[in-house]
Design a binder for this molecule. Structure first.
Ligand SMILES: NC(=O)c1ccc[n+]([C@@H]2O[C@H](COP(=O)([O-])OP(=O)(O)OC[C@H]3O[C@@H](n4cnc5c(N)ncnc54)[C@H](OP(=O)(O)O)[C@@H]3O)[C@@H](O)[C@H]2O)c1
Length: 314
């Protein structure tokens, strides 16, 4: 039996996949969840649930008790203002670090940040991920930490890119950024494997790792269209001014109808940024991890699992 690993965000897209990989590798996983329903789901997956939140210090002490590593994946993803992200993405890091420091033998700590942290001025989300990294570096004391900065992550259960890939499969490409923009992608299984690699093999602490699927120089929208579906029938390029109007309108609607928006002016600023390209050199040299899943292979897996889920629903 492996030692215990604490995981936040286990009910989310990336955390859920990391949890499966950890269980598959034999680790005892303890996951933080916010509701009894999610606690039951974790139990069904043989993951020990701790009910609480990043705002509740007592639950965080329960979460990290006697564990050898913490994988901090939970974050606020939706919101239009810095206040929407601050409590979770900045103070949340501080709270879980305090819980780790209260242990007699503090665990190693991995923060799932984002490539967005590279450009904190672009959006409140990017700012919060950057601040979360700073809080970790400032408050971690003797804790050995690593930061992972993935670019856009895709895979089953992803709500952001999956709809675009589904349309692409039907021959419809929607371009949401400038033609000259370059960006990296990573399949969620590759990301999970990088984190597991860190957990199992160690590596020097206090490093920030960017990581992607290794596509040289990053993708243009055209590359994504060409590799996803060479027989594209329709290609819609949403002009930047239109994206800005849509983002702002959604923010206004969110205030009127009382929901927390995903598509905002900040998200549009991220989409319009010309360079979201990663470089694996540092992580490969430091941790020995290298990506395995190309975009074509990732999409093949995505649609196989999608068909499987659809057939299970029927
Ligand atoms: N998806 C991407 O493309 C991408 C790219 C780069 C970086 N990232 C980073 O990867 C991490 C995971 O993202 P994701 O796409 O998996 O997001 P997600 O599906 O929205 O999952 C977020 C998770 O965080 C939990 N959470 C949110 N606020 C919390 C709080 N106050 N206390 C405890 N748990 C809380 C959520 O719990 P509930 O289920 O209760 O809401 C959920 O489990 C995040 O740190 C994100 O910044 C994601």
């Amino acid at each position: 039996m492996h030692a215990t690993v604490a995981l936040t965000g286990a009910s989310g897209f990336i955390g859920g996949v990391i949890a499966q990989h950890l269980r598959g590798a034999g680790w005892h996983v303890r996951g933080l969840v916010r509701s009894p329903q999610q606690a039951q789901k974790l139990q069904d997956l043989e993951i020990e649930p701790v009910q609480g939140s990043l705002e509740s210090p007592i639950s965080l002490l329960d979460l990290v008790r006697d564990c050898v590593g913490v994988i901090h994946c939970a974050a606020a993803i939706r919101g239009a203002r810095r206040e929407d992200f601050y409590a979770t993405n900045v103070m949340g890091v501080s709270n879980i670090i305090k819980a780790c420091l209260a242990q007699s033998s503090p665990p190693r700590f991995a923060l799932l940040s984002s490539l967005a942290a590279r450009e904190p001025s672009l959006s409140p989300y990017a700012w919060s991920k950057h601040e979360g990294e700073l809080v970790l570096a400032r408050e971690a004391g003797i804790i050995e930490w690593s930061i992972f900065r993935p670019p856009a992550v895709y895979g089953p259960q992803d709500r952001a890119l999956l709809p675009l890939f589904k349309l692409l499969r039907k021959g419809i490409g929607i371009q949401l950024g400038p033609s000259q923009a370059k960006f990296s992608l990573i399949h969620v299984d590759d990301l999970a494997k990088a984190v597991l690699h860190w957990l199992k093999n160690g590596g020097p602490p206090f490093h920030t790792f960017e990581l992607d699927d290794g596509f040289p120089g990053g993708y243009s929208w055209n590359d994504v269209f060409r590799l996803s579906n060479p027989r594209l029938r329709i290609c819609l390029h949403i002009a930047p001014f239109m994206l800005k109007i849509l983002g702002k309108t959604n923010e206004i609607f969110s205030r009127i109808f009382g929901y927390v928006p995903l598509f905002t002016a900040g998200k549009v600023a991220e989409l319009l940024h010309p360079n979201w390209v990663c470089d694996n050199t540092h992580i490969t040299q430091t941790l020995g991890w290298a990506p395995q899943i190309s975009l074509q292979e990732g999409l093949r897996r995505l649609f196989t699992s999608d068909r499987l889920m659809a057939s299970q629903r029927d």
